[in-house]
Design a protein around this ligand. Structure first.
Ligand code: PEP
Ligand code: MG
Length: 548
């Protein structure tokens, strides 16, 4: 047995086999097609191939249950009937996407629209649609971007992992992630936390562990490779206890976020992809306080089209209904970029062309996203938020562009709503002029991950600064308090959506400051709700006022 100590980025216990991940094993998603006609031909051939395969199974599987034979019959019929194929073909023709991508999008659209079906027959039919879609995607070359993790769920170990690599993995197959590089507030760590799985950093990983049994203890930051039987037994018990504790927390799913002495606060969820939507609902978040839209741009070969973006936002709006959703316009650059973006190399990308700066440089890209968000606004309770703001002149430019976009929609008679607008306060500059910024928007949202790194002048990804990185530093807390006061003076709500929002040691402090909402990874919604419900027990909000 080997025991290694590292740093935990999410608590929990995982037990399973190790998969050592080498870079460069995955295929890149190809969504844009060279020729629509060729894609239609490929789709026809794939349909025939899947039909033959289903027929073979139907005729040569003697032990087939009645239910399964019936399902195969329905699936073959679906492949012959026109509506599913027509939907795919029309997507290929109108949007010039690959057939595999069109099948995937059609499947996801149907799944999302009919996910609440109660009728048993209709649910079965939806399941059939999913199954033939998956077979078709596979037949079409499996262009659904994924790093192959094999059949069984694994504990993934890797020297380091980028957000793009993580996006391309099937998260159902991940039990835990262990890396050597990285920091607990890197974008990769935040994404792993959204998946609610234990993760360790700072472990000197070794390739020969590939295939070994292991235990990840996300409470103490310990990795056991080939654990002794008694360790395995103990952790199996811990895992069961964890599940029990989570079950207890789940009882808080429908509770209002009000402290014992009546102070109210919104607890929202941060999401990094549409896959996180089910967790948002599962954990009972009051809304989505930060939709990081980067997932729409990473792990692909060209910029997403307006309709692709729109479809995702519409799905979020439909899923969340009247619950608020804050869509952050894309924060690309630094550690979030893809080859096709062709961002010139920078000596210091964290301080470089990222966030709103890049969007205002690439107005076509930005306009496309604004248009998609405004179009989707007609379908739910959406707000828009801009990242990395440092000045009022950036807001001037955004406003001018937004007016152009809205005028275009009006002209085309496309419905949209006048949605709430907010900015991320994640640079010291924005914090210091928050009195002026607050006059121009409906809400401010403190991005404490970036705000901390810029205030402390310490790269949040730098593993060597981990022990010196103090995100409870009085300078940071003082800034948060100042932004809340400035915001409230202008009737502007103030949220926190950085990782600090999930730090339950600070929940009472934030409540005292008067923060309007905390937005955290979905798995932290209930622990933070518990902290809110238990806050000020037997005391008043005003007791123990702090100065920083
Ligand atoms: C932040 O900086 O706190 C934030 C929420 O943005 P991101 O982590 O996506 O940079
Ligand atoms: Mg940020």
């Amino acid at each position: 047995m080997e025991i290694c100590k590292g740093v935990s980025s999410f608590a929990g216990v995982a037990i399973g086999k190790i998969l050592y991940y080498h870079r460069g094993e995955y295929r890149v998603r190809q969504s844009m097609a060279d020729s629509a006609k060729k894609e239609i031909e490929k789709f026809s051939a794939a349909r025939e191939a899947v039909k033959s395969r289903l027929l073979f199974l139907y005729e040569h599987s003697p032990a087939l249950s009645q239910e399964r034979s019936y399902a195969l019959e329905r699936q073959m019929k679906l492949l012959e009937e026109g509506s599913f194929s027509r939907a795919v073909e029309s997507l290929v023709m109108t949007e010039k996407v690959t057939a595999a991508y069109a099948v995937m999008t059609t499947r996801d659209g149907l799944t999302s629209s009919f996910r609440n079906l109660k009728d048993e027959v209709a649910r079965e039919q939806l399941e059939n649609v999913k199954q033939i879609s998956n077979r078709l995607i596979l037949e079409l070359g499996g262009t659904r971007a994924q790093i192959d993790l094999g059949e069984e769920p694994v504990i993934l170990i890797s020297e380091e992992l980028t957000p793009t690599e993580l996006l391309e993995m099937d998260k159902e197959k991940l039990l835990a992630v262990v890396t050597h590089q990285g920091s607990i507030i890197s974008h990769t760590s935040i994404m792993i936390r959204s998946m609610a799985m234990p993760a360790l950093l700072d472990i000197e990983i070794r390739e020969e562990w590939n295939g070994c049994q292991a235990v990840v203890d996300g409470y103490t930051g310990t990795l056991y490779v080939e654990p002794a039987p008694e360790i395995l037994r103990e952790y199996e018990m811990r895992r069961q206890a964890d599940l029990k504790e989570k079950k207890e927390l789940l009882k808080l799913r429908d509770r209002k976020d009000v402290t014992a002495d009546g102070k109210e606060i919104g607890i929202f969820a941060n999401i990094n992809s549409l896959d996180d939507l089910s967790s948002v609902l599962f954990y009972g978040a009051a809304g989505i306080g930060l939709l990081r839209s980067e997932f729409q741009y990473l792990g692909r070969e060209s910029y997403p089209r307006e309709n692709e973006l729109f479809r995702d936002y519409r799905r979020v709006a439909d899923t969340m209904g009247e619950k608020p959703v804050v869509i952050r316009t894309v924060d690309l650059g630094a550690d979030r970029q893809a080859d096709y973006m062709d961002i010139p190399g920078e000596a210091n990308p964290i301080m470089g062309n990222r966030g709103i700066r890049l969007c205002l440089d690439r107005k076509r890209m930005f306009r496309t996203q604004l248009c998609a968000i405004y179009r989707a606004s007609a379908y739910g309770n959406l707000s828009i938020m801009y990242p990395m703001i440092t000045s009022e002149s950036e807001l001037d430019e955004i406003e001018a562009l937004t007016e152009e976009v809205k005028a275009g929609l009006r002209e085309k008679k496309v419905p949209f709503r006048e949605i709430r607008r907010g900015i991320m306060v994640e640079t010291p500059a924005a914090a210091l002029i928050s009195d002026r910024l607050a006059k121009r928007v409906d809400f401010l949202s403190l991005g404490t991950n970036d705000l901390s790194q810029y205030t402390l002048a310490m790269d949040r990804q730098n593993p060597y600064l981990k022990s010196k990185y103090d995100d409870h530093h009085p300078a940071i807390l003082k800034m948060i308090q100042m932004v809340v006061e400035n915001g409230h003076r202008e009737n502007c709500q103030v949220y926190i959506c950085g990782e600090l929002a999930a730090d339950t040691e600070l929940t009472e402090t934030f409540l005292r400051m008067g923060v309007d909402a905390l937005s955290v990874v979905p798995a932290c919604v209930l622990p933070v709700r518990k902290a809110v419900l238990e806050a000020f027990a037997g005391r008043k909000v005003s007791d123990g006022k702090q100065t920083f």
